[in-house]
Write a new protein. Structure first.
Length: 90
């Protein structure tokens, strides 16, 4: 997920900076990838991205589900994107 998030930001965001942060604590592990790139309109459902051949976010969501994790994506056109992936402690 980290690799795909960083590659997506590098390939698509046209960002001046990309910031990756990993936090480990008693609640679990959280990965946050932030960029100040062009952002994008979030579809109502991620599955809509497959119609235009974009499978990266879908793959990240599926991988997050496999480990009982949560994937959140916030993006604003012209402002950038924040992807947060969390895995609870077991």
């Amino acid at each position: 997920i980290a690799q795909e998030a960083l590659n997506n930001a590098r390939r698509h965001a046209q960002a001046e900076y990309i910031h990756a942060e990993i936090e480990y604590g008693s609640g679990g592990v959280t990965l946050k990838v932030t960029d100040n790139g062009r952002g994008f309109e979030m579809p109502a459902h991620l599955n809509q991205l497959t119609r235009s051949g974009h499978f990266g976010l879908i793959g990240m969501r599926e991988r997050a589900q496999l480990v009982a994790g949560q994937l959140a994506i916030k993006s604003v056109p012209g402002e950038g994107t924040v992807l947060t992936f969390s895995i609870p402690a077991t």
